[in-house]
Design a protein around this ligand. Structure first.
Ligand code: RB5
Length: 159
């Protein structure tokens, strides 16, 4: 696939319910020459989604140049986990429009998918759109700054 890529460094993780989709997205992106690090799991045995969501969110939180793709059954569990981490903007997408807008307006740095919700064809379209769409900045940056402030205010006991 010929993508106008805006993202080059990617980490990916899942639980057992997202394993199959993780494997197919990883294979496809690697086939396109994209640098993608698989944080596991390495097979479809039952695992707890927080264990893999934490690994991925920590990697993205620690390195602003990194973007992530994370998959569980519905995407909900992974959404709850990754958005606990500072500087992680995880967005659950089940349609292409949301995949585009979450990059343009929310500067999404983690794409979250529900492996039991979206079919493989749609999931790949979502990934392609998310990868190719840049952040628009401007008024959206101001809004994101307000979200970042939440953490500081909580630490200071101002919220
Ligand atoms: C696993 O059965 C399932 O609970 C998990 O993949 C996810 O959907 C949780 O939100």
């Amino acid at each position: 696939m010929n993508r106008d890529l805006k993202i080059s460094k990617i980490v990916i993780a899942s639980d057992h319910a997202g394993f199959e989709l993780k494997e197919s997205i990883t294979e496809c992106l690697r086939g396109d020459g994209i640098s993608i690090e698989d944080l596991g799991p390495s097979n479809s045995d039952r695992v707890d989604y927080p264990d893999y969501g934490i690994k991925l969110a920590k990697a993205v939180s620690d390195d602003e140049s990194l973007n992530g793709i994370v998959i569980c059954g519905t995407g909900i569990g992974m959404s709850i986990v990754v958005n606990r981490f500072p500087k992680v903007r995880g967005t659950l997408c089940s349609d292409v429009y949301t995949a585009k807008l979450c990059r343009q307006h929310n500067d999404s740095n983690v794409l979250i998918l529900g492996g039991r919700v979206v079919g493989s064809g749609l999931a790949h379209e979502i990934v392609n759109t998310w990868l190719a769409t840049p952040f628009e900045g401007g008024r959206h940056s101001e809004r994101l700054k307000k979200i970042d402030e939440i953490e500081n205010m909580l630490i200071k006991g101002e919220l």
